[in-house]
Design a protein around this ligand. Sequence first.
Ligand code: GLU
Length: 464
Amino acid sequence: MVIRTRFAPSPTGFLHIGGARTALFSWAYAKKHGGKFILRIEDTDVERSTPEAVQAILDGMHWLGLDYDEGPFYQMQRMETYKKVLQTMLDKGTAYHCYCSKEELDALRESQMQQGLKPRYDGRWRPETGKTLPQIPTGITPTVRFKNPQTGVVAWNDLVKGRIEIANAELDDLIIARADGTPTYNFCVVVDDFEMGITQVIRGDDHVNNTPRQINMLMALGATIPEYAHLSMILGDDGQKLSKRHGAVSVMQYHEDGYLKEAVLNYLARLGWSHGDAEIFNMQQFCEWFDLDHITPSAAQFNTEKLNWLNAHYIKEATLDALAEDISTRLQANIHKASGAPDLKAVLNLYRERANNLNQLANDVTYFYALPQASAADVEKHITPEIMPAMQKLHQQLAHIEWTAEAIHQAINAVVTEFGLKFPKLAMPLRVMLTGIAQSPSIDQVMALLGQNETLSRINAYLK
Ligand code: GLU
């Protein structure tokens, strides 16, 4: 059997973290089994679907590298197909016309509630052998209802949640096409999962309630029932349902916020799934390992600290080419192109060990490409009048040496010895002058990269 999975987002917002994880799991499952991963845009809610949201979903998937083998299919472009299937069901008697007006249904619901009953359709237009249906009213276009079985149970072995069983008596006859002829949500999903030959439906557990209805309809269509895996939801760091309050809920926001896609993918893969104690793995490993047996049925809790830790790891692991490409777009436009400016890759090589975020890394290295502005407090604390004679001397020395980190180090050493200072006494003011702050990697390496002219000129600005 060829495995066929799908990701079926409704384009009513950006691709959020939960959606991205659903997509990732469906994608990985198909990859692992040499199957096909299908993207289907469920855009039939025309009021809430927008082209911008479609684009946001495509962009998010593209950024994460979740490539699909088929699609994107758009449900709005498949109306003819749904209508054909509706007609087949009407012809076969697995669906029927219902002429109830909205007022009638409201009245029915009202009276059921008054009697303390669960509101449900009473089947008044449901055809049965030997039953006489009401007179067809004039001026009413009918809806189409699915003729749900009334006895027995509908059950499935959910690959995450275990066996789930619902009595058919609990389910009433669902409207599958509105009076204007447009098919409804569950019906479109069913037709698509059937026609697209989906073998595993991996989706959020907010759809668990739809599954028994969908299975019944699939059976009525004579379809092979796919396997279902309902993923539990993702909670925020605070244990509350993930929402806009938690800030970065769109996957693209993570990109903007300085995360590498490798870190986000690795992080998402571990949200509710595990492989022994493996925490760090790439997508190739993930696709080899991924299965539906090791998904936890309980809610997964977001952990920003862990994401940051993974991000630090992948920043260290990235090729300098890839890192430089990313950071150059984060550095303010053009500042890194100034002539004589140090090579960004060399700069990143010096700085990435200490970074867990790309924006922070870009910020850390900006001083190589633009004059830094030291705070008054740092200047006052480190660039003291007493240090100026030694700094003057160092400036003179530096003008005549070969510009390597070793030679720079020796020059600083010679001056601190001559003036009877400790190394940091000179290194700290140098940092403030050259980088704008009092922390940096080893100052001789910083100076070597910054270049002789730039170093001398930045020191000189303080000597005047
Ligand atoms: N369109 C649904 C959603 O975005 C998913 C439907 C499904 O996966 O069956 O929540």
